[in-house]
Write a protein that binds this ligand. Sequence first.
Ligand code: DQA
Length: 139
Amino acid sequence: MKIAIINGPNLNLLGKRETDIYGNMPFGKYLESLKAKYPNVEFHYFQSNVEGELIDEIQRVGFEYDGIILNPAGYTHTSVAIGDAIAAIKAPVVEVHISNVHAREEFRKLSHVSGKSAGSIFGLGLTGYELALTYLLSR
Ligand code: DQA
C-alpha cells in the first residue's frame, strides 16, 4: 500500500509554530512514529509552501498511489486549483487539519478541498493523520 502525505504552507514549522494551536511535535518525528507503527505501508512525504508545487505533487502521486492524506493548510481556504487537482486524480484524498478550523476565524470554515475529498478530519491534532491512514487502509 502506497500512501502519500502532503502538507501545505507553514507546516514545515510544526513544533515551533503557534504551539498552543499546533502542538510541540515536529512533523518529521511524528512521521517516524507512523512509519514504525505501519511497517507495511510505503509512505511518501512532501511539504511545500508553494501552491503550484503542491498541485504538481498531487498530480504526480494521484495516479500512482493508493491514497493521499492532504493538509493544504492556508490554501484550503483559497485554492480552487488544489480542489480541481483533487477532482482530477484517481487516488482518494483525505483532508486533514490539525486544528479545529470550525472553531477559529470565519474564513477558515471555507474549504475548497472538502467537497472533492473522500472525507475530512479536523481538530484532532496529529492523530488526524493516523485516522486518515486507517481509513485509507480499510478501503
Ligand atoms: C491548518 C488550518 C489552516 O486554517 C491553517 O491555515 C494552517 C493549518 C491545520 O492543520 O489546522 O496552516 O490546516
